[in-house]
Design a protein around this ligand. Structure first.
Ligand code: ADP
Ligand code: GLC
Length: 488
């Protein structure tokens, strides 16, 4: 007899294509279909940002509920038509309807009431676990990143009161963003006093949502096996490595995957010309079109390097700045799409001004341009200081834009350097450097130029990169195995 489908509630702040600031949204958007394919009954819980409410079809009011701090909010139930998934959306305009970023104001300052805006997400997950929707109760609540990280805490205390037996999984997409708030807000959260302790969510006298997730979840996952190890060390543990070591038997790394319905050069409507390993010609057309669009010299032979990234400390882009002279002196070109820290934006813009034929920079967020860049470029640069998984190196591989990455986190798990031995073994698919230094980055750049000069070998590595399977099946099965273990 077939087991009945596992009922799983995915809880996240973002979901592609409705709301995205980074890779979290791509994963939240891909998981419902991936988990459905392996036999889960998946629903999602989301905050009611305007774009999410707009994407909710056939919405009905499931309930009006009073939050622990006394605010009345509405929970709507409907379907996200684009993803064909049931969704619960918290409609609370006073909390979520704000222009601009979901997390910060126009001055890039986190909203002062973020603790309420995201505590509500975790609290509502627990309400659903307790049967708020009489038609559907999850067996597992799977919360993503600090925004949803109070869910495991609320669930643990409800369970203690014997109100339900719903299990929790907490996935860390980025340990560096923790959701830390002043302790005086604790009483607003509706958690018992016992939670504000070192054995709980207290973190150096503050409230830490991240710590709540790590402490109370039945299982912790992170988005690559290497990152699961790295965060247990003081260097990468962001102050939480002790707790992560203590919980290591509950911690595992499950690699992110690529949603081929969105990222596939053969079917991608956002790129100039489709291409594949059997019909590769379109890639050159994509390159020419992007060079033209960006005002770069139209040169088929110039190796074109691309960056699609949040411009933050994490991404190590000062290494790209330090390598620009090397890159240009060897006849390369660079295109950057990103937004973030002011000094990086300014420094990149300055490079584009100095080298208009060879460096193009677009500041801002542009999904379609990101696709055109992966389609056109020869190399995707991801020199991160740390990288929980990283998706752009996998998009680069799929689009035959060989990743040049630092050996860290998920980058280490997905990219194999073009050393002679790995070329010979037919496992090489990109360029990898170790030290977080300009010199190491520059050597990797030179390796990329050296291979590019050997057109046949380059083409072979590109073919291999494009044929690699980064599909969701394997990872979705790992999540399912985890859910089954917890539910049994
Ligand atoms: P992170 O989540 O740390 O930002 P990932 O590599 O996991 O890094 O995911 C980044 C996602 O955001 C990818 O889908 C990438 O294409 C996209 N992205 C980043 N910056 C931009 C931008 N400026 N415009 C469009 N897409 C972007
Ligand atoms: C985070 C990480 C990134 C990861 C993404 C999706 O934003 O920075 O490495 O790929 O989440 O899991």
């Amino acid at each position: 007899m077939r087991a009945s489908p596992m009922k799983v509630l995915q809880v996240s702040a973002e979901i592609f294509p409705l709301l995205k600031t980074g890779g979290l949204a791509d994963i939240a958007g891909a998981l419902p279909a991936a988990l459905t394919a392996v036999g889960c009954d998946v629903r999602v819980l989301l905050p009611g940002f305007a774009s999410i409410l707009q994407g909710l079809a056939d919405a009905t009011v499931l309930s009006q509920v009073v939050t622990p701090w006394g605010e009345t909010v509405t929970l709507r139930h409907g379907r996200l038509a684009t993803l064909n998934v049931h969704a619960y959306v918290i409609d609370a305009p006073a909390l979520y309807h704000r222009a601009g970023s979901p997390y910060e104001d126009a001055q890039r300052q986190p909203y002062a009431d973020n603790y309420r805006r995201f505590a509500l997400l975790g609290w509502m997950a627990d309400q659903l676990a307790q049967g708020l929707d009489p038609q559907w109760t999850p067996q597992v609540v799977h919360a993503h990143d600090w925004h949803a990280a109070l869910a495991p805490a609320y669930l643990a205390f409800s369970r203690e009161r014997q109100r339900q037996r719903v299990a929790s999984v907490y996935t860390v997409h980025n340990l560096a963003y923790q959701g830390v708030f002043a302790p005086q807000h604790f009483h607003e959260l509706g958690l018992p006093d016992a939670a504000f302790s070192i054995n709980g969510l207290e973190f150096y006298g503050q409230i830490s949502f991240m710590k709540a997730g790590l402490f109370y979840a039945d299982r912790i996952t992170t988005v690559s096996p290497t990152y699961a190890q790295e965060i247990q060390t003081p260097e990468q543990g962001c102050g939480l490595d002790g707790l992560l070591r203590a919980r290591r038997s509950a911690l595992s790394g499950i690699l992110n995957a690529v949603d081929a319905s969105v990222w596939n050069p053969a079917t991608d409507k956002l790129i100039t010309s489709g291409y594949s390993t059997s019909k590769p010609a379109g890639k050159a057309r994509c390159k020419e079109a992007l060079q033209t669009e960006m005002g770069l010299a139209v040169k088929r032979q110039a190796p074109l390097f691309g960056v699609v990234s949040r411009l933050t400390e994490q991404k190590g882009l000062h290494l790209v700045l330090s390598g620009i002279d090397e890159l240009l002196s060897r006849g390369g070109q660079l295109v950057v799409l990103g937004s973030g820290e002011g000094w990086l934006e300014a420094a990149l813009r300055e490079q584009a001004r100095k080298h208009p034929q060879s460096v193009a920079v677009r500041l801002g967020y542009d999904e379609a341009l990101a696709h055109r860049i992966f389609g056109a470029t020869d190399v995707t640069l991801v020199p991160s200081r740390f990288e929980p998984c990283g998706l752009t190196q996998m998009y680069g591989l799929s689009y035959g834009s060989l990743p040049l990455v630092r050996r860290v986190g998920g980058l280490a798990d997905t990219v194999v350097d073009c050393t002679l031995e790995d070329l010979a073994a037919q496992t090489a698919n990109g360029f990898v450097f170790d030290d977080f230094t300009a010199e190491a980055f520059s050597r990797a750049l030179r390796r990329a130029f050296a291979l590019y000069a050997r057109a046949d070998e380059w083409a072979e590595v590109v073919r291999r990169a494009m044929q690699q399977d980064f599909g969701w099946t394997a990872s979705a099965e790992k999540y399912l195995a985890l859910y089954r273990e917890l539910a049994s």
